[in-house]
Design a protein around this ligand. Structure first.
Ligand SMILES: [Zn+2]
Length: 263
């Protein structure tokens, strides 16, 4: 599962050539490797469970004062508006876009991809009063076309270089923590879940946080990590794409027909 890596494309964070609200059409899998910054990120999408909010995870992050980026699907936000608002009000958290219906974006036409992104942008703005700047594709599935559509409306596409594996019920808290700590490097972006799709996430976090800090890593949001790149410490470099498929939130896929009904 924690296996290998192919080189994807060049990472260019600043791109003054993109006017309007657009940003550079890149897929960011990690930040600058010469930094000591690590970003913990959490996905929140529908799971089909009655309760889709992992309070214990949030408690650990607040108690330990850990900045984090939380990628929310529009459907999750819709069902958990009070939680969304609460999370957005914590200064240490950054709220981001995780599509609306959580489809396989690379299989959807441009119009649907755009609708997924815009609808969640509008909802996040309405509920939190803030404009999200980052997008994480569902199922870790993304290509240049999807990233370019996201970039066109000001969203930078954020993947990860470390999958915590937290949706796997067979993975103990100890093993999750050990795996993450072994793999963490400067610039790492680590994916977890905050929707109870992660089974031992809250249990694993204290060891992960303490371990990373002990090794001199600074925990930051994705936004803070990319600002480092903006300063020119690493304007470009290789993006590593990990061949890992994370068991994801579900069942959340719907047909285009169902989708249009919701519009
Ligand atoms: Zn998801």
């Amino acid at each position: 599962m924690r296996s290998t890596i192919i080189i994807l494309t060049a990472l260019i964070i600043t791109a003054p050539a993109y006017g309007g609200q657009g940003v550079a059409p890149v897929i960011v899998e990690h930040g600058p490797r010469d930094s000591r910054k690590v970003a913990l990120t959490f996905d929140a999408c529908r799971t089909g469970l009655a309760d889709e909010y992992d309070e214990k995870v949030v408690e650990v992050l607040l108690r330990e004062k850990v900045p984090a980026t939380i990628f929310m699907s529009g459907r999750w936000v819709d069902k958990n508006r009070d939680k969304t608002k609460y999370l957005s009000e914590q200064p240490q958290f950054e709220i981001a876009n995780h599509s609306y219906y959580h489809p396989h974006m690379t299989e959807e036409p441009d119009t649907r991809v755009l609708l997924e992104l815009k609808r969640t942008q509008a909802l996040l703005k309405k509920v939190t009063g803030r404009k999200a700047l980052y997008f994480r594709p569902p199922y870790g599935e993304v290509d240049g076309r999807v990233a370019a559509i996201a970039a066109g409306i000001g969203l930078t596409t954020i993947q990860y270089d470390i999958a915590s594996g937290d949706p796997d019920p067979k993975l103990s808290a100890r093993r999750i923590a050990q795996g993450v700590l072994q793999e963490a490097k400067g610039g790492s972006i680590i994916v977890f879940h905050v929707n109870r799709n992660g089974v031992h996430t809250a249990e694993a976090l204290p060891e992960i946080i303490a371990g990373l800090r002990q090794r001199g890593f600074e925990l930051v949001t994705v936004g803070e990590m990319l600002m480092t790149a903006d300063t020119g410490t690493q304007g470009q470099g290789n993006v590593e794409k990990r061949g890992v498929s994370v068991p994801e939130c579900g069942p959340t896929s719907i047909t285009t027909e169902e989708y249009s009904k919701h519009d």
